[in-house]
Ligand binder design. Structure first.
Ligand code: PXP
Length: 242
């Protein structure tokens, strides 16, 4: 299972004082040195964390893979087509939310998402749709030519009752297996951390996890190298069966 790092919150901290530190670009490059498989950033319409300059610098300097999370809106689509990340992950976006809440409703927004996928494909950008582990949403993603889905793991991360956690894991496992059968790439993320990754990383049909907050937060205490290495080790040491 690959491990991509979302560095948005390095920029959040930088922006808190309007200064230049901590520098998300330096953080991304160090993370690559410690073996991360890709860098993820979300260019929000309100630019609350990374901004366009960051994005363009990352495009120049990231050597692994750049995954741009974005809303399906024209302004951002234009920037994406110009910057050309390896992957664009379409996410729902509401101004007031603290973080991305829930997956995209592909079925209800089929036309706008399809047009966005077509536009990104015309520039040779692969497209992932951030959705709930739901068969109908996966079918819709396939119908409009998405290359990947990213399964929203927020519910899994928030559950506290063991039985409910295993039910949700099973729902994710079935969804990932189904998506693979349709030849979709399968990523997953949101709320994954050093406690809940162990059970999650046993899922065989997930190609890649996208993790941000927990790793950035831990790196404040133990440093970037250790924070990344510890997460990588937890992912790699997961058993193949629950
Ligand atoms: N995947 C998507 C689509 C997201 O929006 C986020 C949050 O920015 C993440 C993964 C990473 O979530 P977290 O920061 O909780 O690890």
């Amino acid at each position: 299972m690959k491990f991509s790092l979302n560095i948005d919150h390095v920029a959040t901290l930088r922006n808190a004082r309007g200064e230049k530190d901590p520098d998300p670009i330096a953080y991304a490059l160090m993370a690559e040195l410690y073996g991360i498989d890709g860098i993820v950033v979300h260019l929000r319409e309100d630019r609350r964390h990374i901004n366009e300059v960051d994005l363009r610098l990352l495009r120049e300097l990231v050597k692994t893979k750049l995954d741009l999370e974005m809303a399906a809106v024209e302004e951002i689509v234009e920037i994406a087509c110009d910057v050309k990340p390896e992957l664009a992950t379409l996410v729902p976006e509401k101004r007031q939310e603290l973080t991305t809440v829930g997956g995209l409703n592909v079925i209800d927004n089929l036309e706008v998402i399809k047009d966005t996928i077509d536009e990104l494909h015309n520039t040779d950008i692969k497209v992932s749709l951030f959705i709930e582990p739901d068969i109908e949403q996966i079918n819709a993603a396939k119908d409009i030519n998405a290359d990947f889905i990213e399964i929203h793991t927020g519910k899994y991360a928030n559950l506290r009752i063991e039985e409910e956690i295993y039910d949700e894991l099973d729902r994710i496992r079935q969804a990932a297996k189904y998506a693979k059968k349709l030849s979709l790439g399968v990523n997953a993320g949101h709320g994954l951390n050093y406690n809940n990754i162990k059970e999650f990383a046993v899922l065989e049909d997930i190609d890649e996890v996208s993790i941000g907050q927990s790793v950035i937060a831990r790196s404040i205490f133990v440093g970037i190298e250790k924070a990344i290495m510890e997460m990588r080790q937890l992912i790699n040491s997961a058993k193949t069966k629950i």
